[in-house]
Design a protein around this ligand. Structure first.
Ligand code: DP6
Length: 333
């Protein structure tokens, strides 16, 4: 065992949303989700199990990580230590090359990179499904970032313990561009874990969401298999809007959108009426992810950049899954 490993992973965005858990203790989703992993934006994480440490030392961009994040890292490392029969604490260095929080899915890329780096550093023989299952226990969407292209995370049942994501199609399955309209620089108020817990506990629409989500998921999966952009657009927007409708109906309601979010949503619909192939999705934050044919991406990006309140535009395409990097390279972490 080398004791040290470094991995990189990218965020993914769900077209069929995960929102709600069948088993909170095991972090098992109540609904199936389907996502696309991006080629842009990445988290790089290095893990080094070292003698002489009396606790895990977690740094984020060179500074000590926030306590809540460090505790989540340690919970993942504890699972790896138990599996590997390892008694050493670890030095963990992690950095994102994109804004954290604000709904840009840093926990997905973060826990995918951590799961891969930690299992490799501990010398565990784990395949991609094993890495995905480990990442899922920390943050379910992270299970999908282990795979490139399009991935599925099935729903589980109470008591499910093992549930990895599965690769569905490679990144070149269909031409697709992703344009992210960043609608504020402020951090989001309610994170996904708390938001979905509150929704499940208080929204009268939660049962309807859990009932409907598998059908919408099946439509999204079939549209993607057939490379049917219009059907994919309709079903993906339905998944995002139904998830938000369910969260809006929680008591008190969760409103992740700001006025600029709505302006962008409205504009994407106007784009479609004018003949551009584009649709939106929105996660537990105010930014809007626009999926389109690559030939329209320049026009879409210029158009949303000029909308009042849009503070930035990021561009991506479907990309690769998590992978190991040379731990000795000097461009830390
Ligand atoms: C709205 O994976 O962040 O982005 O499992 O509690 O860590 P935990 O939740 P998380 O939730 C992601 C929710 C979402 C939809 C999605 O990515 O499917």
């Amino acid at each position: 065992m080398s004791g040290r490993a470094r991995a990189v992973a990218h965020p993914n965005f769900a077209l069929a949303k995960y929102w709600g858990k069948a088993d909170v203790a095991h972090n098992v989703p109540a609904v199936p989700s389907l996502s696309v992993t991006l080629d842009a934006m990445s988290t790089t994480t290095s893990v080094s199990f070292e003698p002489g440490l009396d606790a895990d030392e977690v740094t984020f961009r060179g500074a000590p990580a926030a306590d809540a994040f460090a505790a989540r890292v340690t919970r993942l490392l504890d699972r790896v230590r138990a599996e590997a029969g390892l008694g050493l604490f670890a030095r963990v260095e992690t950095a994102n090359d994109f804004p954290t929080a604000a709904g840009l899915a840093s926990s997905a890329s973060g826990f995918a990179a951590l799961a891969l780096a930690a299992t490799a550093a501990a010398g565990l023989e784990v395949d991609a499904a094993g890495v995905s299952d480990l990442a899922r226990r920390s943050s379910a969407s992270a299970a999908r970032s282990v795979f490139g292209g399009y991935a599925v995370l099935p729903a589980g049942a109470p008591g499910t313990t093992r549930l990895p994501a599965e690769p569905l199609f490679s990144a070149d399955h269909m031409p697709l561009a992703i344009t992210i309209a960043v609608t504020t620089e402020a951090e989001k108020s309610v994170g996904s874990t708390d938001g979905m817990g509150h929704t499940a506990a208080t929204s009268p629409y939660y049962a309807a969401w859990v009932d409907d989500a598998p059908r919408t998921f099946a439509r999204i999966r079939a549209a993607l298999a057939a490379r049917d952009f219009e059907a994919l657009a309709a079903a993906s927007e339905a998944s995002a809007l139904t998830m938000h409708a369910c969260a809006l109906a929680a008591r008190p309601g969760l409103l992740y959108w700001n006025p600029t979010t709505v302006r962008v949503l409205d504009d994407v619909r106007a784009m479609r009426r004018s003949g551009l192939a584009a649709f939106f999705t929105i996660d537990a934050g105010p930014h809007v992810k626009i999926l389109s044919h690559p030939r329209d991406a320049d026009a879409i990006s210029a158009r949303v950049a000029s909308l009042e309140g849009v503070v930035g535009v990021l561009r991506a395409a479907p990309g690769e899954g998590a992978r190991l990097l040379d731990p000795a390279a000097t461009d830390a972490p």
